[in-house]
Design a protein around this ligand. Structure first.
Ligand code: NOJ
Length: 566
């Protein structure tokens, strides 16, 4: 039987560039990560996932790989990597690597060779097409909002890049590409890694006939995703499972921006033997109010989306649970409160997510309540996508600088990439040198040291949530049932299984609210409070009357059959 360790695991996501610098060059590195493994272990997680640390020109900070089997000089050496795997394993932490298999850097030796001539043996590693009288082979657009085709002067053809023009899409119809990817995966498994996060999992299959975007114009679908739809990727992913994943006790999680819950079920149904779980972003695409509104996100929509994912993958398949990663602005800023209720809202968001069914991922800094930073000008941004957007909107379309900057400050990927805030010393303890990206000004009050010293901190709240997951099987296995789907600020649900009912009640707003629990799901049971972010009288009879919920209050109750009232 497969070892499904990942079903009870909690995974900590590290963005190496911004985690901890060990040599004063202003860039986080592998020795920096090693020096913080004890901290990560203290949180109670089971594994670390590293965003890419391979050799790369860093146009997209590692998601443009130029050598899959070498470590970027920015981060250290292969010996450092081996030491990191060893030191993590010594502490009972597994290591998960990011696999970027949809594209390579334009500096990868395969592409450098492919560009030399149409007869290069690597030519078919990529997608090449002649142009049309209008220019590029089709109207496909990249995620950078430019044509997805780049003209190559020397060979007179266009190559395909669905991301930046420096990230060239691999041709998965070429068996040699698949062979190379498998060998590369095995290389890392032999080094001791225990799993892969697969970048753009479902984007490897491109529609051959180059359908025009216009054909999708009147549908709700995003044309970008329509042409790289996941459906064609399944046979490839299944093949990788047969040839690699199933041979080792490892976990796989694929990023799939376009997957619907139904698509995710196809990927994660164990009978289909593809991957263990996927990251989808539906729950992060919910309408948001302005920063002044009491409830910053449309809670009714959020509940609907999360319920759909929980329910669709309840019997077969498996969910990922995450609020943050290196591409998403900080969740406290988005759905919570950066001010007075910063810690309370960070805890509330954590409890809401961590008690659901699936594998939780914690992105560095989330566990101490890190928020978005305030970038003052475009020169402070480092993300190529944000910088491209600024140029397009401000210089090409003459949009006011302030309005573009305001948007970027809201949702730029750099918001997640500011350095980890370790303490209130120089550069928040991240580096002795000049940080590659600015440190958030709030590091004096939001930092690891202050969190560790305060038993009521966000860090220790996460620690308790992880402990609950480890000790209460209902959190891993129980069925999910939403309560009060139409309530505009309260997100309440139960998890039921093994004679237990876990009840989670979270208030997403600042204004106090009264909330009456629907007692049907807990009728005849009695229980107690497991965790809350405010002082609450631990009296289950409190459920008899409506709760008076304070700003961003969250409560977790556990009911057991053994405590049934007779
Ligand atoms: C998704 C990654 O998370 C993102 O950072 C990257 O830019 C794209 N894939 C392209 O590799």
């Amino acid at each position: 039987m497969a070892n499904e360790w990942w079903k009870t695991a909690v995974i900590y996501h590290i963005y190496p560039r911004s985690f901890q610098d060990s040599n004063g060059d202003g860039i986080g590195d592998l020795q920096g990560i090693i020096s913080k493994l004890d901290y990560v272990k203290k949180l109670g997680v089971d594994a670390i996932w590293l965003s890419p640390v391979y050799k790369s020109p860093n146009v997209d900070y590692g998601y443009d790989v130029s050598d899959h089997r070498a470590i970027s000089e920015d981060y250290g050496t292969m010996t450092d990597m081996e030491e990191l795997i060893f030191e993590a394993n010594q502490r009972g932490l597994k290591v998960i690597l990011d696999i970027v298999y949809n594209h390579t850097s334009d500096q990868h030796r395969w592409f450098l060779d492919a560009k030399k001539s149409k007869t290069s043996r690597f030519r078919d590693f990529y997608h090449w097409r002649p142009g049309t009288p209008d220019g590029p082979p089709s109207d496909w657009m990249s995620t950078y909002n430019t044509s997805a085709w780049e003209f190559d002067e020397k060979t007179g053809e266009y190559y395909l890049h669905m991301n930046s023009r420096r990230q060239v899409d691999l041709n998965w119809e070429n068996p040699n590409v698949i062979h190379e990817v498998k060998e590369m995966m095995i290389f890392w498994i032999r080094k001791g890694v225990s799993g892969f996060r697969i970048d753009q999992l479902g984007h490897i299959n491109k529609k051959k006939s180059l359908p025009s975007y216009e054909q999708y114009a009147d549908k709700e679908a995003d044309p970008h995703f329509e042409i790289i739809k996941d459906e064609g990727a399944h046979p490839y992913v299944h093949h990788l499972n047969e040839a690699v994943f199933s041979k080792y006790s490892m976990m796989t999680v694929g990023e799939s921006g376009s997957a619907t819950p139904e698509e995710a079920l196809l990927y994660t149904d164990p009978a289909r033997r593809e991957v263990n779980m996927v990251f989808s972003f539906d729950h992060l695409q919910i309408e948001e109010g302005d920063s002044e509104s009491d409830v910053k996100v449309n809670v009714v929509q959020l509940k609907k989306v999360m319920e759909k994912w929980q329910k669709t993958l309840e019997e077969k398949g498996w969910n990922t649970l995450f609020w943050c990663n290196h591409d998403e602005p900080r969740i406290v800023t988005r759905f919570g409160d950066e001010g007075e209720h910063c810690a309370a809202s960070a805890k509330m968001l954590a409890a809401t997510l961590h008690m659901m069914k699936g594998t939780p991922y914690i992105y560095q800094g989330e566990e101490i309540g890190m928020t978005n930073a305030d970038f003052e000008g475009i020169e402070e941004f480092r993300d190529s996508k944000s910088i491209t957007e600024f140029h397009q909107r401000h210089y090409e379309q003459n949009e006011e600088k302030e309005s573009v900057l305001a948007d970027l400050n809201k949702r730029s990927r750099d918001q997640a990439r500011t350095p980890m805030q370790w303490d209130d010393g120089k550069n928040a303890g991240f580096t002795e040198g000049e940080p590659w990206i600015k440190v958030n000004n709030n590091y004096l009050s939001v930092n690891v040291q202050q969190n560790l010293d305060d038993p009521e901190s966000v860090f220790w709240f996460y620690h308790k949530l992880i402990h609950i997951r480890k000790t209460e099987p209902v959190v891993t296995e129980g069925t999910f049932d939403l309560m009060a789907p139409d309530h505009p600020s309260v997100f309440a649900y139960t998890r039921t299984g093994g004679g237990e009912v876990l009840l989670v009640i979270s208030h997403f707003g600042k204004k106090p609210v009264s909330f009456a629990v629907d007692r049907e799901q807990i009728s005849g049971l009695s229980g107690h409070l497991l965790l809350s972010n405010y002082t609450v009288e631990d009296d289950a009879s409190a459920l008899e009357k409506p709760f008076e919920l304070r700003p961003y209050e969250t409560r977790i109750y556990l009911f057991k059959e053994t405590e049934k009232e007779r």
